[in-house]
Design a protein around this ligand. Structure first.
Ligand SMILES: NC(=O)c1ccc[n+]([C@@H]2O[C@H](COP(=O)([O-])OP(=O)(O)OC[C@H]3O[C@@H](n4cnc5c(N)ncnc54)[C@H](O)[C@@H]3O)[C@@H](O)[C@H]2O)c1
Ligand SMILES: [Zn+2]
Ligand SMILES: [Zn+2]
Length: 367
């Protein structure tokens, strides 16, 4: 079968990939559509300390092809969205609805594929840029048949990561303000979840000016060009300090929440600098393992500001995917509009180019 392999130095579409048979708790999925997340590009650029050669892709939806003997919650023919978390289901974090903290979900790469007789790794516990993949039963979230698979394809990373950061990791309250740095597939989902939560001011920031229309469509109330030198001042002007607040070293004014969907030192600095008292930065973007950022101690202790990371929207897929699907089916969040380009798998390089130039909200590959 066809699929996209990153071999440690270059990436290519090949034909002839073979898949292992499913174990008792495994499911073989025929991929219908796979979303292109920036993390795929980072993997192809060698930014992640995960093994190669590997079959790329980790966002996807498809149809169950075969199931192992012990699988009970899906059957052949079911439509499913794929979750990357291969959680154990039994440890204390799993038992309390926090599978992103399950140790079984990190470093769980396996070699379910072969190509030319050589074993090939999966990526992010999944691999979706391939005609069929094999995953654990817990990674399959059943979908209603009326949800287009091309839209469901992006739920398993971009959507859950952005929305989950707002719903699960942050505690955004009605009427609060937020700045969202990076209006890509993840940032747009932060924006629309902020809207669901009733945030009053949602300031989108991107270096590609054409992202303004998209950002506003998904709920941004303001847009700032990320190349501006005075981003922090511009944010503070939109969210000024209340008249009773003391300025001076405490720097009142700014947003209650800043979501960093880029992970660049300047962006993280600006995110921290643009916080109101008690505000928090949520870092979602993934940088290389050695990348660093700096910030002023005073921004944290004065007054009660924080900076927190967020993996996979701190989500619990079997709770959160259906919740998001209900928001979609009741018109409260947009999924179809996130998918601005569906390309056949052999046009994968066009999809990457469109992501890098900011021409798409989310690109999807189809089979
Ligand atoms: N924490 C997680 O679990 C998780 C999950 C998925 C993706 N990610 C990461 O989140 C990040 C975003 O992913 P994506 O798929 O949305 O990427 P994307 O390429 O779709 O979007 C990134 C956006 O950031 C903009 N941008 C780049 N530099 C900027 C700057 N200096 N200031 C403002 N905007 C800037 C780009 O123009 C683009 O619109 C990536 O680093 C990705 O690896 C993290
Ligand atoms: Zn666990
Ligand atoms: Zn991703």
């Amino acid at each position: 079968m066809r699929g996209i392999i990153y071999n440690g130095t270059s990436t290519e579409l090949v034909d002839g990939i073979k898949l292992r048979e499913p174990g008792p708790r495994d499911v073989v999925v025929r991929i219908a559509a796979a979303g292109l997340c920036h993390s795929d590009v980072s993997y192809m650029n060698g930014l992640y300390p995960v093994p190669s050669p590997g079959v790329c892709g980790h966002e996807g939806a498809g149809i169950v092809e075969r199931v192992g003997d012990a699988v009970t919650h899906v059957k052949p023919g079911d439509h499913i969205a794929i979750a990357t978390l291969s959680a154990c289901g039994m440890c204390p974090p799993c038992a309390s609805g926090r599978p992103t903290a399950c140790r079984a979900t990190l470093g769980n790469a396996t070699q379910p594929f072969t190509f030319d007789g050589d074993p090939i790794w999966n990526f992010a516990g999944v691999s979706t840029f391939v005609e069929q993949t094999v995953i654990r039963d817990i990674q399959c979230v059943k979908l209603p048949d009326d949800v287009p698979l091309s839209s469901a394809a992006i739920v398993g990373c971009g959507v859950i990561t952005g929305m989950g950061a707002v719903f699960n990791r942050a505690n955004v309250k009605r009427g609060q303000s937020a700045a969202v740095f990076g209006v890509g597939g993840v940032g747009l989902n932060v924006i629309q979840a902020l809207k669901v939560q009733g945030a009053e001011k949602i300031i989108a920031i991107d270096t590609v000016p054409e992202k303004e229309a998209l950002a506003r469509k998904f709920g941004a109330t303001h847009f700032l060009d990320g190349k501006r030198e005075d981003i922090v001042d511009a944010i503070t002007q939109i969210c000024p300090a209340s008249e009773s607040a003391v300025r001076g070293p405490f720097n009142a004014g700014g947003v209650n929440w800043a979501f960093d969907c880029v992970a660049h030192p300047t962006v993280t600095w600006n995110a921290l600098e643009s916080l109101e008292w008690e505000g928090n930065v949520v870092v979602i973007g993934v940088a290389s393992q050695t990348a660093e950022f700096k910030g002023l101690y005073g921004r944290l202790t004065q007054v009660d500001r924080g900076i927190i990371g967020c993996r996979y929207g701190s989500s619990s897929p079997h709770r959160d995917f259906p919740y998001i699907m209900n928001l979609y089916r009741t018109g409260q969040v947009l999924l179809d509009e996130l998918v601005t380009a569906v390309r056949p798998i052999d046009k994968w390089q066009d999809s990457i180019h469109e992501m890098e130039t900011g021409a798409v909200a989310r690109g999807v590959l189809s089979f």
